[in-house]
Ligand binder design. Structure first.
Ligand code: SF4
Length: 463
């Protein structure tokens, strides 16, 4: 769960990176970092917290240059301490090298252990470090690739690194005079290219281009490596394979609704999920109420398909700042409900169909149902616009362990009782797949239990 951004050939690149990464804040709230290059050297700022709060005007003054990369982090691998915040910056055999990574590697521990046995040192506990460390370990150019003379020094080392790591990655390397981006062969995480006058941009989601007035050009292809420097843009199809595994959860919850990714509009897919759920459902109700924000778009689809009016029965408080780790259940309940407030004008005496995007632990849904009942709802029918989450994600989304997933421990009826709803229904896996254009190109492992890439570190971690 991270957002990445890069820009080449822009005056005040650091400022563009600041606004670009701000537009991706929803992809990670733990830390933010920006690195820039002015050809003479690199400049780096990274801090815990949100973009607007963490990065100061003084920080921005230090970020000189016409090339920049940026990152917002929500840790999925490695501890959440500051040393794992990105961009990572390292002196490699290619000179100063900075990196941002979205995704999660499935062979990090295995690879790291074998490199350490060969005397290679590591300074962080995050899998992203491997992309830099491996630059100094070997070189590789597959037979089908003919390198441009400009790329003969750098790309063999990057190709070597990419041929060793397995799992999910969208990465941007920054060198003093160029950017190199890559997306894993399965394409788990999104990465797009944009254009703004003479600048080339990269971002996890197109909303980062929108905020800058840039045009979304295209997606970085699965297994593609792109180099951008003063000579132009060069693309290499490093990996050739038919099987893709783009993360379907990006459509369910993670990405912003106005974004175009994986060849489709998130809004269209998310609305289709609500419509599919409505077709699978025979419940009747007086109002459809979304859990804001991620339940809103599927609720629109559900309401339109069923012909039941959509009403804002839960209002989101937009001014929630920091909160504390609370010692008692009562205080923890208050913390969840700080964000959401019941709207009695809509709820009192009504049969309410509540739409949420997903149900993972069940604790938040339970609090919402209890809140709506206290506000006078007559019946509450909870509808989830995705299937039960039955497995963890090894590819970069911070889902809980298998034991923490409520759908693994209890039957749907037991979950309904725990949550306190009058009825509970999920969208079926077939229903979810019917909402994307080519379902065989998507990973749905956390819903289906079918993992496209084996988690190689499992045995090592259990030792
Ligand atoms: S396991 Fe789930 S969250 Fe992880 S990549 Fe696959 S669909 Fe996405």
């Amino acid at each position: 769960m991270c957002g990445i951004f890069g820009i080449f050939n822009a005056e005040h690149a650091g400022k563009y990176a600041f606004y670009g990464i701000y537009a991706l804040q929803h992809r990670g709230q733990e830390s933010v970092g920006i690195a820039t290059s002015d050809r003479e050297g690199m400049y780096l700022v990274k801090k815990p917290g949100l973009v607007l709060e963490a990065i100061t005007a003084k920080d921005m003054e230090a970020l000189k240059g016409d090339t920049a990369i940026a990152h917002v982090r929500y840790s999925t691998s490695g501890d959440s301490g500051g040393s794992n915040a990105q961009p990572l910056l390292k002196e490699t055999s290619l000179g100063q090298t900075a990196l941002v990574h979205n995704g999660n590697l499935v062979n990090y521990h295995t690879l790291k252990t074998s490199l350490q046995e060969r005397g290679v040192s590591f300074y962080h506990t995050s899998d992203s470090e491997l992309f830099l460390t491996l630059l100094d370990v070997g070189e590789y150019v597959p037979q089908h690739i003919k390198l441009h003379p400009e790329d003969e020094r750098i790309l063999p080392k990057i190709f070597f690194a990419l041929s060793k790591v397995k799992g999910a990655y969208s990465v941007i390397y920054m060198f003093r005079d160029r950017l190199v981006v890559a997306r894993d062969p399965y394409g788990f995480r999104p990465l797009l290219i944009g254009r703004l006058k003479n600048s080339i941009l990269f971002a996890s989601e197109s909303c980062a281009f929108d905020i800058l007035g840039a045009e979304t050009w295209r997606e970085v292809k699965c297994g593609e490596v792109i180099v951008v420097d003063k000579k132009g843009i060069r693309s290499y199809q490093l990996f050739r394979q038919d099987k893709k595994a783009m993360c379907i959860f990006e459509f369910v919850y993670f990405s912003k609704p106005e974004v175009f990714l994986f060849g489709d509009w998130v809004y269209r897919v998310r609305k289709a999920m609500g419509m599919a759920l409505a077709r699978e459902d025979d419940i009747d109700g007086d109002v459809v109420v979304p859990v804001p924000d991620s339940g809103v778009v599927p609720a629109i689809g559900y309401s339109q398909e069923k012909g039941i009016p959509l009403e804002l029965g839960i209002i989101r408080n937009h001014y929630v700042g920091r909160s504390f780790i609370e010692p008692t259940q009562e205080l923890r309940d208050i913390k969840v409900l700080m964000k959401l407030n019941p709207n009695r004008a809509v709820l009192e005496g009504k049969r309410v169909i509540v739409i949420d995007d997903s149900l993972v632990r069940g604790t938040t849904s339970r609090k919402i149902v209890s809140m709506l009942k206290r506000a006078g709802a007559k019946e509450i029918h909870l509808r989830i616009a995705s299937p039960p989450v039955i497995g963890p994600c090894y590819y970069g989304i911070d889902t809980p362990t298998k034991e923490e997933l409520i759908a693994n421990r209890f039957s749907p009826e037991e979950i309904r009782q725990f949550i306190g709803a009058d009825s509970l229904k999920y969208l079926s896996l077939e229903g979810l797949k019917s909402c994307v254009k080519k379902s065989e190109d998507f990973c749905d492992a956390c819903f289906s239990g079918v993992y496209p890439v084996e988690y190689e570190d499992k045995a090592l971690r259990m030792r």
